[in-house]
Design a protein. Structure first.
Length: 108
């Protein structure tokens, strides 16, 4: 049985390359999540840890359906490739904006 990605990506010409990119993205997400959780536990005071964790979960998990909804509307309005390009540009702008703060770059 072929993976779901194969059926959902008709514009992909080289499936092993796509699988490699997905695997690299998954590994990167794993390491980011691990570092994020460790830094939360080390840097946040114990008295505020529950509140900070709940806000973290709200932002990362509870708002996922809204992101899926907006992505669907954008794909319908702009098309899939244009939507992916737009969201990649937005993600790069957010990353560059976050890294423009010295305390984030130096992890203070």
């Amino acid at each position: 049985m072929r993976p779901f990605v194969y059926y959902s990506s008709p514009k992909v010409n080289w499936i092993p390359g796509l699988m490699m990119i997905i695997a690299i993205g998954g590994i990167g997400s794993f390491f980011f999540g691990l570092i994020w959780e460790i830094s939360l536990q080390e840097r946040v005071p114990k008295a505020a840890f529950g509140r900070v964790t709940s806000l973290d979960m709200l932002g990362s998990i509870a708002l996922m359906p809204l992101g899926y909804l907006m992505t669907g509307w954008l794909a319908d309005w702009m098309g899939g490739v244009q939507k992916a390009l737009l969201l990649a540009i937005v993600m790069l702008i957010i990353i560059i904006g976050a890294l423009s703060f010295r305390s984030i770059r130096q992890f203070n």
